[in-house]
Design a protein around this ligand. Sequence first.
Ligand code: 5GP
Length: 213
Amino acid sequence: MTENKTSSGSKNPEPSETDQVKRGKIIILVAPSGAGKTTLARRLLNDFPDMKFSVSATTRPPRSHEVHGKDYFFISPEEFDAAVKRNEFLEWEEFYGGRRYGSLISKVEKELKKGYFILFDIEVKGAMNIKSQYGDEALAVFIKPPSDEVLIERLKNRGTESDETLQLRLDRARMELTYADKFDHVIVNDDLERCYKELHSLVHSFMNQSKTH
Ligand code: 5GP
């Protein structure tokens, strides 16, 4: 499994300007690297046509298969600085050797107004930040690897990490795990199918709940 981000594709026609649409909501998926998050995110996007992926901006270089505007907006550190100064980010974080990642307010708000549910695949601090801004409008789910050993094994199996980044990701994963109990829900990914079933049911009821408000 690779850790590249997932994109939604457009399955539903865009609502027109004149449509009266109910504001959408936010689903935040957080998992330490190697916990299966990318696969789960892809499946959610596939199963819920009203869900769209939040494409973040980042200063890290694209991986070979990644597409600008679909996986990330790949921007320069200068462009990132300028966006920070213009207060264009809902949240942003810096990690892995100075690389920065941020979610753009304009993109998120535009889709929420159109009634879409926005799926965030971000790290723990950004997730907490968004949850504190959106409260009940956001569902924050933490996907936990069953054990440290499994986490290490999954990271190694990806084969995309040097020893140095493997260690960085591992340290970060351990830090992220300490935040798990601050989330609305924690799901242990001991078995991908079981984990997805639980996630799907949580997301499904959150989306339906929102319709009755
Ligand atoms: P990667 O470089 O593997 O694509 O992502 C590294 C980490 O950055 C992942 O945990 C990913 O979820 C997180 N990330 C991606 N976009 C954002 C963002 O907009 N904000 C924050 N805070 N983290 C992000």
